[in-house]
Design a protein around this ligand. Structure first.
Ligand code: NI
Length: 174
């Protein structure tokens, strides 16, 4: 049986970053807020509060998690662009998802993501080759190039979007 935690598999990318791959990642990041909005439109409060798998986050928590995560990602890009190989700060994503603001209306984080991704994608589209090669250090994962991090977050958005769409498919909700 398919692992419900990884509906699109894990992030995979090796080799040279081509302009086409970078453009597709940026396009995916640009489209994510609208795709998330479409995925949750029409769902009832009860459906939004349904875990995407046994023991997993609810759809509502998934939407707020994407905002939590991409706020951190945006900060990491900016730190790496303005400092020399900064060590970034991980965060306890399960604990963040358990705080009361992760129970708010999904619309709050959808609007946040609209604005955040407008700035994020605008910033990432401006990067020179040299900037794409800059790195930050994650205390657990080690050194990460900004170009790889763009791919990681394009994947991360699609990964959580698929949690929502695959639950809706299994339940026959949409
Ligand atoms: Ni995540």
């Amino acid at each position: 049986m398919k692992d419900l935690r990884y509906p699109i598999g894990e992030f995979e990318w090796e080799g040279e970053l081509t302009e086409d791959v970078l453009a597709s990642w940026l396009h995916e990041l640009e489209q994510l807020p609208a795709n998330l909005r479409e995925a949750v439109t029409g769902l009832s409060e009860e459906q939004l509060d349904t875990p995407y798998r046994d023991g997993g986050w609810t759809i509502r928590q998934v939407v707020h998690h994407v905002a939590d995560s991409h706020i951190n990602a945006y900060t990491r890009f900016k730190l790496a662009l303005t400092e020399e190989t900064p060590v970034i700060k991980p965060y306890a994503e399960d604990k963040w998802a358990s705080l009361p603001d992760s129970q708010m209306a999904v619309e709050v984080s959808l609007q946040l993501l609209d604005s955040l991704h407008a700035r994020l994608v605008s910033l990432l589209r401006s990067l020179s080759q040299e900037q794409l090669n800059k790195t930050f250090v994650h205390p657990e994962s080690g050194s990460i190039e900004l170009k790889r991090n763009i791919g990681i977050y394009a994947w991360h958005g699609k990964h959580h979007l698929a949690h929502i769409t695959s639950l809706c498919n299994r339940k026959g909700w949409k």
